[in-house]
Unconditional design. Structure first.
Length: 118
C-alpha cells in the first residue's frame, strides 16, 4: 500500500527544514535508510513500528503518524492539533497541566463573552 501524501509531505518537510537527508532521518529514528528512502521516494506505507520510531524525530505523537499513515481510521472528531495538544498535556506535570487547562477555560470564557457582546 501507498502512504498518504500528507504523511510523505510531513516527512519531506521536516527533512528539508532541518537539512536532513534520508540517512540522517534513519539514524535518528534507528531505522534502515532504505526504509526511509522507500517512504520518501516511492511513497511506501510505513508500519506501526516505523511510525512509533519516526514520531520523536518528526516531533509529533505516534498516534498522529499512525493516523496520517492510514494505518487506522481517524475518528470523526480527530485532528492533528487535538492529538498534539493531548500529547503535550500528557507530558506536563499535574500543576502545569492544571494551569494550562485553566488558561484554556479562560480563553473559552472570553470567546463566549465576546460573542455575546457582538
Amino acid at each position: 500500500m501507498q502512504a498518504p501524501k500528507e504523511f510523505v509531505k510531513l516527512l519531506r518537510d521536516v527533512m528539508e527544514k532541518n537539512g536532513w537527508g534520508v540517512r540522517e532521518v534513519a539514524r535518528r529514528a534507528e531505522l534502515s535508510h532504505t526504509l526511509i528512502s522507500n517512504i520518501v521516494n516511492l511513497g511506501e506505507q510505513p508500519s506501526f513500528d516505523t511510525c512509533v520510531a519516526l514520531a520523536p524525530v518528526l516531533d509529533v505523537s505516534p498516534v498522529t503518524l499512525i493516523y496520517m499513515a492510514g494505518l487506522l481510521p481517524r475518528p470523526p472528531e480527530w485532528t492533528p492539533d487535538m492529538e498534539e495538544t493531548r500529547s503535550i498535556l500528557s507530558r506536563l506535570s499535574d500543576s502545569d497541566r492544571q494551569a494550562m487547562m485553566a488558561f484554556a477555560k479562560e480563553k473559552l470564557r472570553q470567546g463566549a463573552s465576546e460573542k455575546q457582546g457582538t
